[in-house]
Design a protein around this ligand. Structure first.
Ligand SMILES: Cc1ncc(COP(=O)(O)OP(=O)(O)O)c(N)n1
Ligand code: TZP
Ligand code: MG
Length: 212
């Protein structure tokens, strides 16, 4: 990948299209589109057609502005819509298999909690790792205990050549504790996507590769 890796990953949740429209517009206004990635997290009850059409519309907002667009879990949808890549976790295709499906050029994220898991994901072809939950979160149930900023830092140290993205309960106020990594957020944008995106992008004012 020959672009600087984004440090703010906005994952879709509540009102996905309104949120994406707002955050892409904010990033464009701030001249920060290279700092933003959008990850489409399709609801489990959405059928394939709906997932494809939602992803295609979101990609249509991202691509003209040069905002990276990834799809959570659904490699088929990512490929069909022509997204930039996908993110996989423990219940999804293994990283090496996902890399085979997506091909060598796609961006591939993998969820990890430990330094060893991050090194393994890197060795299997992941582009970046999503690490967490960093803090407690109400957005997803059944998660293990939060690893905290120290747990995130341990992963950052383990894979110095790879972007790390902290996820789970991340807020603008917590950014100073999360050193050397980008962040992925769902809930922090829910109430005020425009204002929150502005605060995150301003705080994360350098691309990830230059923070790390
Ligand atoms: C950047 C980033 N990190 C972690 C996750 C979580 O993915 P996963 O563990 O597969 O859980 P679900 O989101 O699929 O419920 C992510 N999506 N993005
Ligand atoms: C999908 C996922 N995986 C680990 S934490 C999380 C949810 C993150 O959402 P929020 O930013 O609202 O805590
Ligand atoms: Mg998943």
């Amino acid at each position: 990948m020959d672009r600087t890796f984004p440090c703010l990953h906005v994952i879709t949740g509540h009102r996905p299209e309104e949120t994406v429209r707002a955050v892409v517009a904010v990033a464009a206004r701030l001249g920060a589109t290279d700092r933003l990635a959008v990850q489409v997290r399709v609801d489990d009850d959405m059928c394939d057609r709906e997932a494809f059409e939602l992803t295609s519309r979101i990609l249509g907002r991202c691509r003209p502005q040069g905002v990276l667009c990834l799809v959570n879990d659904r490699l088929d949808v990512a490929l069909a819509a022509g997204a930039d890549g996908a993110h996989v976790g423990a219940e999804d295709l293994p990283v090496a298999a996902a890399r085979r499906v997506l091909g060598p050029a796609a961006v591939l994220g993998a969820t990890c909690r430990t330094p060893a898991a991050a090194r393994a994901a890197r060795d299997c072809g992941a582009t970046y790792v999503g690490v967490g939950p960093a803090y407690a979160t109400a957005t997803k149930t059944g998660l293990p205990d939060p690893i905290g900023p120290d747990g995130v830092a341990a992963v950052v140290r383990a894979v110095p050549d790879m972007p790390v993205v902290a996820i789970g309960g991340v807020t603008v106020e917590r950014l100073p504790e999360l050193v050397g990594c980008g962040v992925a957020v769902i809930g922090a944008l829910r109430a005020d996507p425009d204002g929150a995106a502005q605060r995150f992008l301003t705080a994360l004012s350098r691309p990830l590769s230059r923070i790390a």
